[in-house]
Unconditional design. Structure first.
Length: 105
């Protein structure tokens, strides 16, 4: 029996990769910050606030920690790589800081 391939994001369809599911779990503790029984990372992320990692509707300190913790080469961490270049670095931090404050959707 062939092993199942990892989940792959299909652009604009809201499907997560396995690494993003793991990152969502790490960010939210139990992965279900809104308490609806579905891992938050598996729900649609098609909103105007991609740096809102804790999904509280604003970019605050809780969203900064995952970027700093993942700093460096980041293959497989597409959800945290806000400038998709395979690295979590100053460019990603700049995107997060530019969006700081309440999200507008």
């Amino acid at each position: 029996m062939q092993p199942r391939p990892p989940l792959r994001r299909q652009r604009n369809r809201g499907q997560a990769q396995s690494s993003e599911i793991a990152a969502g779990w790490a960010v939210n503790g139990n992965g279900n910050g809104n308490g609806n029984g579905i891992l938050d990372i598996c729900e649609s992320r098609l909103h105007a606030c991609p740096a809102d990692f804790d999904q509280n509707g604003s970019i605050v300190g809780g969203d900064l920690a995952p970027i700093l913790n993942a700093w460096g080469p980041a293959p497989g961490l597409q959800g945290l790589d806000l400038v998709p270049d395979g690295e979590i670095n100053g460019a990603d931090l700049a995107v997060l800081l530019k969006a700081w404050g309440p999200c507008s959707e």
